[in-house]
Design a protein around this ligand. Sequence first.
Ligand SMILES: [Fe+2]
Length: 303
Amino acid sequence: MADVYAKSSGMPPDGNVGTKRVRERARRNYRHIEVRPYAPNLGAEIRGLDLAEGLSEAQFEEVHHAFLDNQVLFFKEQSPIPPGTHIEIAKMFGELHFHPAAPGKDGFPEIFEIHAHAGSKIANGEFWHSDVSCDEIPPLGTMLQIHILPDCGGDTMFADSYAAWESLSEPLREMLDGLHGEHESEHIYRGRYSDRGMEDEGKVYPSATHPIARVHPETRRKALYVNRAFTTGIAELEPDESSAVLAMLLEHAEKIEFQIRFRWEQNDMAFWDNRCAMHRALWDYWPAERKGNRVTIKGDRPS
Ligand SMILES: [Fe+2]
């Protein structure tokens, strides 16, 4: 068998990117929920509560801690959450965010119905992104419960944006700190929801400029805040510099070492922190159906 390391030092590569990083997940004693780490880098499963019954103040406090520590939570063994309850739970975390392009669910404008089926031309979130990062004030977090799943497939990938920032070399972090990413949405949203009756002639879709090194307002940790769906350039650089540096950063942020892959079970609820994690939904199940309710919480202006 060929020696794959023959042209190098003869030693295997020196570990994976980010695997030697010191992880800062706090160990906490939870009394009202059960929290199980999903993977060493990010994510946790939450058990011991049924969100359909709402969230008590004591549960909220522990869920909030788990959310800040783990970036992405997966609530297991759930029953379908009534839309009004879903909205009330989300409001405990902050004011709600309304999507700039997608229509609201009938009777519940706060809910964005995620639905892909045999007749769909697109599915949501097929490129790595942080939700609606094109908004001046993008969402803090997103709560999605999936009610209808394909027999298999339809997984969601998540990536740790703290790890992406922390694993860049110091000289590069010094160069990037203080620079801003340009986030746009015209190329994504124009005509996207026409099959759901949304006319957008004359409508202006949001765009915004955000720090590349975003400081999480609650944990104070820095995260790499660029994503392939919305980020189109780096404001302070010349066009050729901007495209080269951005391409490198996107490739870095999407490295497999920073990722987890979540396989849904019916009525699982995922709650992700858009300030420090990206995600990507896989549409590998066409023509099967996948359907759920999403409620999004407004965040603050990235700084
Ligand atoms: Fe998304």
